[in-house]
Write a protein that binds this ligand. Structure first.
Ligand code: ZN
Length: 151
């Protein structure tokens, strides 16, 4: 049996070594950059949203620590094919998980595989690494003029 901590390590290493949905997207009708000055993580997220507000495709590029890369990789997997409304709900669940009390169990039903990232709570300085991709995707979907920042 894996503990959530072991699973956290495994998943982070796996997604850092071979990030899913890594690269640029063409066509893409929304994109945004995100920056986490605390750690130096940089992301560029590309999304293609169809007329029904479904996130048809999503990719990301960037340079950052293993947590920011793994989190973006996991997020793109979780979000691809979902609606923009689903994204907002997942973002709220993820944000709650990343900032909840240490002993609060993640809502695995809502979060699925993303629940392994609950491990970042043990490293408060890394929480922004894990949430950067979510802020960046939100900026992309809102066509924000400014890059997303965690500060
Ligand atoms: Zn980082």
């Amino acid at each position: 049996m894996f503990s959530l901590g072991d699973l956290y390590q495994e998943v982070i290493i796996d997604h850092t070594k071979s990030p899913r949905n890594f690269g640029t997207l063409d066509p893409c009708n929304h994109d945004a950059e995100g920056f986490n000055p605390l750690c130096g993580d940089q992301l560029h997220i590309y999304v293609q949203v169809d007329a029904q507000n479904t996130i048809e495709d999503i990719k990301f590029e960037g340079q950052g620590c293993s947590i920011s890369t793994a989190s973006a990789s996991l997020m793109t997997q979780a979000i691809k094919g979902k609606s923009v409304a689903d994204f907002k709900q997942l973002f709220a669940s993820f944000h709650h998980m990343a900032t909840a009390d240490l002993d609060e169990k993640p809502d695995e039903e809502a979060l699925g595989k993303l629940a392994v990232l609950a491990g970042v709570k043990e490293f408060p300085s890394r929480i922004k690494c894990a949430t950067l991709c979510w802020h960046t995707l939100k900026s992309a979907l809102e066509d924000a003029a400014e890059p997303a920042k965690t500060e």
